[in-house]
Design a protein around this ligand. Structure first.
Ligand code: SF4
Length: 370
């Protein structure tokens, strides 16, 4: 099940229910909802060139970039979604997915309208495929978002559901404030961000989840209107910065399920990011423009996991299959189950001081909030 429908149907709660605040019926621009962008260059004739993601949109006065939330006003670029989250949701952290970051804690997730990719299979398309004017949103400053996270007894804030790069100015301010208040911070990204903004953001993040949607340019171009090279560069930058990193690969029948490509991807991860990088193979279910393909057969996910482990990856998970043994964490040294999960629920966590209790093997991750 995809993240949003899981939330709405089961454990997640829309914050409006607990706060008593309701999203506006329609997005409206005001002084709180525009913020000068951090990364752009001025060009001739009042054009600007956005420097935030791989697209590098060249934008004329009164026009917006591909992500629909960055607008040129008289030669200056502005974010239109600062302080305008489309939603806040409380989830188990595992829902990101993120399995090696203080397992089982409550996380508050922040998101806005729109995206800088156009994935045909997007599960969150009612949010990601529309401009902010067509999406209900809250008026919430970064300070209020952090306050609410603490009030809701959440240990972390994540930026997820839509691509957080496009609300960069709000994300980095929330992350900075959250770190000052002792919260954990997580960014779940498609990896399209440029290196300079990423390097400025990383000091305020504890962990990053990156969607590696496939290991072919063809998939990125035809299914997501994007490119794979910036995503690989983002992965390398996160690894060089020594941040905790987990990777998600949603396997879609016939589109990215070739085992040879999966093998190449796993080899690249092992050689460039390290064998300790957790990898989640997640199950596709038909959505948006890809409703003609069936859900991923469980056998395909299991074969991918076998291939990944044969390439040396030590923590390989199967997601969106409730109760599958691949939901759990096993010690790569002695093979004992050290965290038992069913879907996103942690049933047992035996890890002690970051180590396997049976053989003492170090398990990578952040196990206690500092
Ligand atoms: S963040 Fe938006 S405006 Fe900037 S380059 Fe990316 S798609 Fe274009």
């Amino acid at each position: 099940m995809d993240r949003r429908s899981f939330l709405l149907r089961t454990t997640g709660c829309l914050l409006s229910l607990s706060l008593g605040i309701k999203p506006k019926k329609i997005y409206s621009f005001n002084e709180n909802s525009i913020k000068k962008a951090w990364f752009f260059k001025k060009d001739e004739n009042e054009f600007v060139r956005c420097q935030l993601c791989f697209r590098g949109c060249s934008i004329a006065h009164k026009k917006r970039g591909f992500c629909r939330v960055r607008e040129n006003r008289k030669g200056e670029l502005y974010s239109l979604v600062y302080g305008k989250p489309a939603g806040l949701q409380i989830d188990p952290i595992e829902l990101e997915p993120m399995y090696h970051l203080v397992p089982g804690h409550r996380n508050l997730c922040v998101y806005t309208a729109s995206c800088n990719f156009r994935c045909k299979h997007c599960h969150n398309w009612p949010i990601t495929h529309f401009p902010p004017e067509q999406i209900r949103s809250y008026d919430l400053t970064p300070e209020k978002i952090v306050e609410e996270t603490i009030r809701q007894n959440c240990q972390s804030i994540s930026f997820s559901i839509n691509e957080p790069t496009i609300f960069y100015e709000m994300m980095i301010e929330v992350a900075q404030l959250a770190k000052k208040r002792g919260l954990l911070t997580l960014c779940h990204t498609n990896g399209g961000i440029r290196k300079a903004p990423l390097l400025e953001l990383l000091p305020f993040l504890d962990a990053v989840t990156v969607d590696l949607k496939a290991f072919t340019s063809k998939f990125y171009e035809e299914i997501s209107q994007a490119k794979i090279e910036p995503v690989l560069e983002t992965l390398l930058t996160i690894r060089e910065a020594n941040k905790h990193l987990e990777i998600v690969n949603l396997i879609i029948p016939t589109l990215n399920d070739h085992l040879e490509d999966i093998k190449k991807m796993c080899r690249w991860i092992a050689e460039n990011l390290g064998k300790d990088t957790p990898l989640h193979f997640t199950r596709f279910s038909p959505a948006h423009k890809i409703t003609h393909l069936p859900p991923t057969p469980i056998k395909t996910l299991e074969e991918a996991r076998t291939v990944a482990m044969a390439e040396g990856l030590r923590f390989v998970y199967i997601g969106n299959v409730v109760g599958h043994p691949g939901n759990s964490t096993y010690c790569p040294n002695c093979g004992h189950k050290v965290i038992e999960r069913s879907h996103f629920v942690v049933k047992k966590n035996l890890i002690k001081e970051g180590k396997c209790p049976f053989c003492g093997e170090k398990i990578p991750g952040i196990w206690i909030a500092s």
